[in-house]
Design a protein around this ligand. Sequence first.
Ligand code: FAD
Ligand code: DHB
Length: 395
Amino acid sequence: MRTQVGIVGAGPAGLLLSHLLARRGVDSVVLEARSRGYVEQRVRAGVLEHPTAQLLREVGVGERMDAQGLRHEGISLRFGDEDHRIDFVDLVGTGIVVYGQQEVVKDLIAARLRDSGVIEFEVADVALHGIETTSPLISYTDATGVARDLHCDVIAGCDGYHGVSRQAYRPQVFERSYPFGWLGVLAKAAPTHDELIYSAADRGFALYSMRSPEVTRLYLQVPPDEDASAWSDAAIWDELAARLAADGFTLNEGPFLERPSVTGMRSMVVEPMRHGRLFLAGDAAHIVPPTGAKGMNLAVADVRVLADALDGFFARGFETGLDEYSATCLRRVWRAEHFSWWMTSMLHRFDPGTESGDAFGRRLQLSQLRYTVSSRAAATSLAENYVGLPFGAKV
Ligand code: FAD
Ligand code: DHB
């Protein structure tokens, strides 16, 4: 088989890239290790930045998001048993959309299949060859067990943190790990609050989010290697209630819609994001801790730049966009890395469970929180990073 762009991975990065390329008349084939059902049900991120939501609308995949997504005009930082609202619309004139990542994935798959796009699910043994030549190829085993080669002009490595693309060359890797993870639950319980709450409780961080008027999404800071099955449902609700306690706040409980799971937290960036004819995008190239809600948004920002660059290359033979791809993306990536590290450092307990712990560090966090909610300049900085800097911003 032959195509112009061979895309490894049908997450938000790979699927949106394929859709953007198709709109410009560039052919692609997407190869995905999992089944369609699996990628459409995989519960992950939920916050769409304003520029992300706008892009999805502009390219014709925003209809269900606009009908079912929740528009939020701010978030609350909760500390000292009180809420402090950051009003995005007042501070930066726009808000965010809360819409599950798997819904974005469903919308993109539907659009690709409607447009006769090719996505091969349940492939195995994916390997990249000849990425330093002008005719690379991807070898793989298809869902029926047949070995195949996909010849292409360019390969897009959109296969996430555990994918194979990043292993195909030796980029520089910048990393930081954090001494905690998040235990995430999805509950059939009506949200009791209209917006997200980031709670910097003394007992540890908790995040209150939602997916619909019937479904709440909640996270608890836990040790990084925590076994989720060690937590009973009652223990999870008790800990959430304790960490989210505030005057006038009640927590609705309900059955969990999927098994609670723990996600480790790390920061990682590879440089450069390109080697020869291989271009990495999304989690394959960078990971952020989830506190800033940036992971999926960065994946979208990368492929927007890559689609433009590939359009210039295939339509007019321009290589400038491809040459600038890595440096252009890395500016936004490092801004998001800093914001995610900053939110993570400000909101989590670095000494959970200890009586005295790092008291100096804790006082610095509380001072930073008070400053962030009381200074318009500081609140505006949080707001503009959270809702997303405009694409192309020189940051
Ligand atoms: P992915 O969505 O990971 O997609 C990569 C795709 O490649 C997958 O479908 C995978 O099956 C496929 N693949 C992998 N290897 C191969 C291979 N060898 N061959 C073919 N296909 C392959 N972000 C937030 O902002 N908030 C959150 O709460 C949050 N929770 C998360 C929870 C988990 C468990 C994880 C892993 C991530 C979470 N993220 C969260 C991050 C966010 O979901 C990612 O940033 C986003 O999915 C990135 O999109 P992507 O397309 O780059 O990668
Ligand atoms: C959600 C996840 C995040 O990482 C975050 O910062 C905010 C919301 C969510 O899943 O709803």
